[in-house]
Design a protein around this ligand. Sequence first.
Ligand code: AMO
Length: 430
Amino acid sequence: MRIPIQSVTPATGSAEIIGWVHEVRDLGGLAFFLIRDRTGIIQVTVPKKKAPESVLAAIKAVSRESVVRVIGNIKAMEKAPGGRELVPDVFEIINASESPLPLDVVEKVPAELDTRLDARFLDARRPRVAAVFRIRSAVIHAITAYFEKNGFTGITTPKIVAAATEGGTELFPIAYFDKEAFLNQSPQLYKQMMMAAGFEKVYEIGPIFRAEEHNTTKHLNEATSIDIEVSFADHNEVMKILEDLIVATYAHVKDTCGDQIANLELADFTVPKAPFTRLPYADAIEIAKKKIDEPIKYGDDISSAAERAIGAEMGSHYFIVDWPTEIRPYYAMPYEDDPSICRAFDLMHPRMELSSGAQRVHQHDLLVQQIAKKGLNPESFEFYLRPFRYGMPPHAGWGLGAERLVMTMLNLGNVREAVLFPRDMHRLVP
Ligand code: AMO
């Protein structure tokens, strides 16, 4: 019976493994193969003089990245990966791979990101790439576990919708029978409606779609958003949840993904320390003014260059708080004593924004006013406004980008590396 390569040790005696031919080296009298499965790599050594005819025929025919089944004896071998080697009695080609390969799985020949993404199934055979997605899985697991442990209810909201949430632009229209419809930009309106439903604490991890024509290393047209909404909480309370969650997620990855962290050569992987600094927006602008050449003033959005300059000054995760109401969405709650600023925040990694959130406007009439002030038509938000007339509790929440979280955690250069099959302006296949 097949055993995972990782559990093959010199004490195993004989073993059957199934995996991919990672590397081939023929030294004349001796041939070496590295065979890989999802758990690890083992050396298969064939002494040609002693090997059965069937083994010799198979190793002559086999190409790299073919799937093979090997049965034989395990011997201790100090120089081989894992300190052991397999000497085969059976070497069977289960499914041969074509040659040449579109991509070098052993990474001796570097490949452009586009080539890698075009052949993602092969790219993901690389242990370093597989490590990213194992860690991404652990991140989602840690986050789900955190929410379930802390009394949140997981919800699933529609991705086919009739209205924009974050403003009028950046929507993908779709054909929906005889109606106008769009792919949803954010579960924002639906998670808020579940506060009116009395759920009090909800979370959703799901796709969001943004028709942004950005071709950058941090924008995707389809991303994964980790969203929460909490009743009877203000912006400060949900910021506390967010920093707690970030710390718990890093700690889980550190505890459970040691091999993957080593594979990615992240020797200085550290769990961030809470509480994160709360930096008022006005102070963030002052830092940016001093550090960047491009003009920036109070009331501007924070550009990528400003984000990096402020991040370099801050050095670790931090929040930007007290934003001008004018540059935040209509649902952000203005401060009572100074309505020109609002109870909105962004969670920042020194490299970029990871999350946005706010305490929300829960008063119907104020919300209508704010929607109109943004130049949007309150009538097209009637399905969303209606619950605000029937006992909407005060509430707050945030949305956290899963890909940016993984990208910054693993120090990846491009957000596309944190998605199996990224969608961007030029990429719809595979
Ligand atoms: P926002 O639009 O800031 O807020 O999105 C929240 C987070 O989602 C991620 N994100 C993206 N990641 C990659 N590519 C994109 N195109 C992209 N767009 C967004 C980012 C971002 O910080 N409704 C609010 C959240 C809330 O207030 O609850 C919202 O969607 O990491």
